[in-house]
Structure formats: C-alpha cells, structure tokens
Design a protein around this ligand. Structure first.
Ligand SMILES: Nc1ncnc2c1ncn2[C@@H]1O[C@H](COP(=O)(O)OP(=O)(O)OP(=O)(O)O)[C@@H](O)[C@H]1O
Ligand SMILES: [Mg+2]
Length: 241
C-alpha cells in the first residue's frame, strides 16, 4: 500500500475583498506532498506563494477548499485546535527572522519550547542542543542585534524546530541574506530534511534556489502552472543567485 500523503490541498480558493473589488490570490490550487519531500513553490511576486504557505500552516483560512494534514482536515479547525496545530505540527521560517530582540538566541528558542515543555531546565538544555544543531552553540547567549543575518536566521530555524514539527514552512528564507550566508541557511534546512526526514516547503521567486528541491511547483496567478520533478537536486555549495 502506498504511504499516505503528508499534505493534501484540494480546490483551494483564497479571495480578499477590497471594497468593491475581489482579489483572487488562489484560484483552485491542487497539491499533494509526500512525507520527507523537499518542495519548492516557485513563482513571481503576487502569484500566491505566501498565501499558500499561510493556509497550509494554519495562519490563515481559505475562502473554500480543503487542506488535509496527516489525515486531519485542518480547514475544519478553529480556535484552540488551529493554535495547537500551528504549535505542534508546523515550523515557520520567514524572510525577516522575527526574533524577539530583548531575548538572547537561546532564550528565543526556549520561548517556543516553553509552550509545550514545562520543565525549565529541560527546555534550557534542549534549546542549546537545537542551537548546536544549526551550528550556533557558541552564539547562544548573544542577542539578535549581536548576530549576523545568517546567524539570526539559523536561530529562527532552531526555534521553528522546537516542537519537532513534521513540517517546515519557509517563506523566502534567504531573501534578506547575501549569497554565501544564504547557502549556509539552505544547507541547514536541507540537512534537516535529509537527516531528520522533516518535510520542507520552501517559497522562492528564484529559479537557481528552486533547483535544490525534489519537486518544483510553479505557481502563476493563484494556480499551479507546472509540477516539475527534480530527480537530481542541485548541490547547495555550487549554487549562485
Ligand atoms: N491581505 C491581503 N489583502 C488583499 N490582497 C492580498 C492580501 N494578501 C495578499 N493579497 C494579494 O494576493 C495575491 C497573492 O499574494 P501573495 O502574498 O500570496 O503573493 P506572493 O507570491 O507571496 O508574492 P511575493 O513574492 O511578492 O511575496 C497578490 O495579488 C496580493 O496582492
Ligand atoms: Mg510572498
């Protein structure tokens, strides 16, 4: 028997009402993702990439259509169920790292962990382990303003992994980084995918970056225009953009 999909999106529509005008950000998106896949959503500005990611991550709800994650229809979730879904099953990484400036690196990670881990000492230890995983053990006690952009983004990755989500959603994670630093961040995400089996959906408008995926989903005007399998993902060390 085939393994079930991790995520299924069926006929997803997201409309925004702007006075008299209705903007159709998504117009019937169909997408299935296997567990352990590394997917890139590629498309020009305004094509619906962030909208798709926010819907799958439970940050937003569709106008119509269904999203099923690990067999659960999350589009039926409201309130507490949706909060628990975001907390336990999804890690988010954004273009602007969204760290809390008054907390150190390790405290930023711990903050996310304490949503589920009540034992303070265990949370502190696990936060340091997560920072070690992204190569930042020696920066744990620095504040965000004392870290480079790439280091801040790696703290954000450690934070996203706090509750061991099966799914990591990354919205232009290298959009604010130089190429060298961007490669380091992509490598951390890719290693997590390959070594821990974390499913990744990464949004970009950059075709060079898209080449690292197992599958490239091309988005145009709120629908998928092409699904491109990529049997030989590009080595990140050789990427340039
Ligand atoms: N809150 C909103 N209200 C009204 N329209 C919106 C809203 N959010 C997004 N849109 C519109 O929906 C469409 C898709 O937006 P989305 O943010 O998903 O694009 P994107 O592919 O992520 O673009 P970018 O690469 O610029 O981030 C765009 O036309 C956008 O203007
Ligand atoms: Mg976007």
């Amino acid at each position: 028997m085939n393994q079930p999909y991790l995520i299924e999106c069926h006929d997803l529509v997201r409309e925004y009402k702007m006075g008299q005008v209705t903007v159709q950000a998504l117009r019937g998106l169909e997408l299935c993702v296997d567990p352990g896949e590394f997917i890139v959503l590629l498309g020009p500005s305004g094509s619906g990439k962030t909208t798709t990611l926010n819907l799958i991550g439970g940050l937003d709800r569709p106008t119509s259509g269904q999203i099923i994650v690990q067999g659960d229809e999350i589009t039926r979730y409201k309130g507490k169920q949706l909060t628990a879904y975001r907390r336990d099953r999804v890690g988010f990484i954004f273009q602007f790292f969204n760290l809390i400036p008054t907390l150190t690196a390790v405290e930023n990670v711990e903050f996310a962990l304490r949503l589920t881990e009540k034992d303070g000492r265990a949370a502190a230890q696990r936060s340091r382990e997560l920072l070690d995983l992204v190569g930042l053990a020696d920066r744990a006690d620095h504040f965000p303003a004392e870290l480079s952009g790439g280091e801040q983004q790696r703290v954000a990755i450690a934070r996203a992994l706090a509750n061991q989500p099966p799914l990591l959603l990354c919205d232009e994670p290298t959009g604010n980084l130089d190429v060298d630093t961007g490669r380091q961040v992509l490598q951390v995400i890719r290693d997590l995918n390959r070594q821990k089996g974390t499913t990744v959906i990464l949004v970009t408008h950059n075709t060079a970056i898209a080449a690292i995926a197992d599958r490239i989903i091309h988005l145009h005007d709120g629908v998928i225009s092409q699904i491109q399998p990529n049997p030989t993902p590009a080595p990140i060390a050789e990427l340039d953009w």
